[in-house]
Design a protein around this ligand. Structure first.
Ligand code: G3H
Ligand code: 13P
Ligand code: ZN
Length: 290
């Protein structure tokens, strides 16, 4: 299938109480693993790339990274019969516009470091452009921190205020809204609990489908509960890298003489297929590509 706008699937997930998995990719093998897993599970899925992934893929040239991934994402989506979207994760205004121009079917503007009004006005402008071209637009209210292995102050996290979420959703017409419920990007263990009362309050005031970032560090119990309460796009990055890199480490540890990259990358790709399949099943998306 050609790359799809998965917004209709997200709406369906919201209505039926499951979530579309959005999986971060940094390498060709990770992209392949996502679509192979989605096909095996008969599930819609989202391939997403962060700014740092684009910089890596484009050898320090982000635009080159966008071009590469737009081409790879297109081929990957066309290799399967389930709906696949290509999403820009945590973009700036100019990255969002570039991604739209290069064929991404979904984009996120990350205004979490901006004052509320500025985040709102840029999001509104980008929504107009995205919608005129049939592109799904995600925005963020509140902050899901990206400590990148450094210390962070849990008490300083700006959780999403329900009244701000309501105002933002109404004013911007964003298709999906990332909300901060206490999760943190990049955690290697599932130690975080979500503020589910806050989710309930937001959900009672906002009909826009809600997105969970930083899912790798959240307890599965809370993710499950959050999905049943209206989180209908769930982002997964760190768990995938753990599986991918873990497999490489294991193969190289067993054979220190190995030099053929295909021999360890095939193990990494297979490990990632398994974890993506597990997360798709966990989110209740298995069999939904009908
Ligand atoms: O939100 C972004 C994902 O956690 C991936 O982040 O590619 O910057 O490591 P990264
Ligand atoms: P994790 O790295 O915690 O899985 O978060 C993924 C994410 O939110 C990507 O936007
Ligand atoms: Zn994120």
């Amino acid at each position: 299938m050609t790359l799809q706008n998965v917004y209709p699937w997200i709406l369906r997930a919201q209505k039926e109480g499951w979530a579309v998995g959005a999986f971060n990719a940094n390498t060709l093998e990770q992209v392949q693993a996502i679509v192979i897993a989605a096909q095996a599970e008969h599930a819609p899925a989202i391939i997403q790339v962060s700014r740092r992934a684009l910089t890596y893929i484009g050898s320090d040239n982000e635009i080159q990274g966008l071009k590469y991934i737009a081409a790879i994402g297109k081929v990957a989506a066309e290799s399967v019969t389930v709906p696949i979207a290509l999403h820009l994760d945590h973009g700036t205004e100019s990255e969002v516009l570039q991604a739209i121009a290069l064929g991404f079917t979904s984009v996120m503007f990350d205004g979490d470091g901006l004052p509320f009004d500025k985040n709102l006005s840029i999001t509104k402008r980008l929504c107009n452009t995205a919608h005129s071209l049939g592109i799904c637009m995600e925005a963020e209210v509140g902050e899901v921190p990206k400590p990148d292995g450094k210390e962070y102050d849990e008490s300083a996290i700006e959780l999403t205020q329900p009244d701000e979420a309501a105002e933002f959703a109404k004013a911007t017409d964003a298709d999906t809204l990332a909300v901060a419920l206490g999760s943190v990007h990049g955690l290697k263990a599932k130690t975080v609990s979500l503020d589910l009362d806050r989710l309930k309050e937001i959900r009672s005031r906002v009909t826009t489908p809600l997105v969970l970032h930083g899912s790798s560090g959240v307890s599965d119990k809370d993710i499950k509960q959050g999905v049943s309460m209206g989180l209908c796009k769930v982002n997964v990055a760190t768990q995938l890298s753990q599986a991918f890199t873990g497999a490489v480490r294991e193969v190289l540890r067993k054979n220190e003489e190995l030099i053929d990259p295909r021999k360890y990358l095939v193990a990494a790709r297979n490990a990632q297929i398994e974890i993506v399949r597990k997360r798709i099943r966990f989110l209740g998306a298995s069999g939904k590509a009908k």
